[in-house]
Design a protein around this ligand. Structure first.
Ligand code: 13P
Ligand code: SF4
Length: 317
């Protein structure tokens, strides 16, 4: 988009959001131009915490479907819009509710902790939701002998099992972006930049996490680069986060970690990148696509999300 068209669309969005009392919440993996116009940018936990407090009439969730659905579940009186209804999540899709229900019934003495990257139906089958910002503390807050099913991300689940010395049963799900990083290329890159710190999201596979200097959620990665004395970072997560890293650390260098097949651009989440400024404008204008949910599903899915929000509050996260 040329700069004049860009300015025009931003002006139109600004007028409409004021007129309709709408707020734009964006995830760190969004395109830089979307992050720059958002009223609030955050990781999955911060977006959920913000969605509870919003007093605007309309919430536009510039992110993926489960994020907009979560906002609707915790603030059902608001109109929640998502600029592209096809902005799904491969991790959420890796856990179909019918199969998960059978898995859960096979382990009746276990409680279910699910990552927020799930459908509302899975949240309704869950005791406590978590995000990558609070997963470790939420698991640590449970009694040592508590039997736990962790879903859907097996990489995050493995990482928590190792850190907390637990033996949670893991659902076999994963994110296509985080599974695609190449260990071989990462090691080559580290040889080129031996002083660089490797920082990774816990959705990456174990070998990647083993060579990383720091592991954390998107907001934890951002905090780390801000506090670190290092000047160069190899970033092993979706490349959208690099925009905020550069903004708050202009003198530091951030290198996106390479995926196995660099021609497919796999370190971009194709779902996150479906959201554009034009789609934000038309969704504000048409007030569509809107997240519409059954009240019963909202009620049953909300319990596990509020439990996460309560525990996070108690733990000061
Ligand atoms: P964060 O909660 O760390 O922002 O992660 C969200 C996500 O979708 C990771 O792929
Ligand atoms: Fe889902 Fe992966 Fe995209 Fe995150 S990066 S939204 S986990 S597909």
């Amino acid at each position: 988009m040329n700069s004049l068209k860009h300015k025009i669309i931003i002006n139109k969005i600004n007028q409409l959001r004021k007129q309709k009392n709408a707020i734009i919440l964006a995830h760190y993996y969004q395109e830089p131009e979307i992050q720059d116009i958002a009223d609030f940018i955050g990781d999955s936990l911060a977006l959920a915490q913000k969605a509870v407090q919003v007093n605007a009439d309309i919430i536009i969730l510039a992110g993926v479907y489960f994020m907009a659905e979560t906002a609707k579940i915790i603030n059902p009186s608001k109109k929640v819009l998502i600029p592209d209804i096809n902005a799904g999540c491969s991790l959420a899709a890796s856990c179909p509710p019918d199969k998960f229900k059978m898995f859960k019934s096979a382990h009746p003495d276990h409680i279910v902790v699910s990552y927020v990257n799930t459908s509302a139906e899975i949240k309704a089958l869950t005791d406590i939701v978590c995000t990558s910002s609070n997963a470790v503390q939420i698991i640590q807050s449970l009694p040592k002998d508590q039997k736990i099913i962790f879903a859907p991300d097996k990489n995050l689940g493995n990482y928590i099992n190792n850190l907390t010395n637990r033996n949670m049963i893991l659902w076999d799900g994963a994110c296509h972006v985080h599974e695609e990083f190449s260990l071989e290329k990462l090691i080559d890159l580290k040889k080129q930049y031996p002083e660089a710190k490797i920082i990774a999201h816990p959705e990456c596979k174990k070998p990647i996490l083993l060579v990383s200097d720091f592991i954390g959620s998107t907001s934890h990665l951002l905090n780390f680069v801000q506090k670190s004395n290092a000047d160069i970072f190899i970033v092993v997560t979706e490349s959208g986060i690099i925009h905020q890293m550069k903004k708050s650390n202009p003198s530091k260098t951030f290198i996106p970690a390479p995926p196995i097949d660099s021609t497919c651009g796999c370190n971009d989440c194709n779902y996150m990148k479906l959201i554009t400024l034009n789609k934000i404008y038309s969704c504000l204008e048409d007030e569509s696509p809107e997240i519409i949910m059954d009240n019963e599903l909202i009620a049953s899915a909300s319990k596990s999300i509020f439990r996460m929000l309560d525990i996070s509050k108690q733990l000061g996260i």
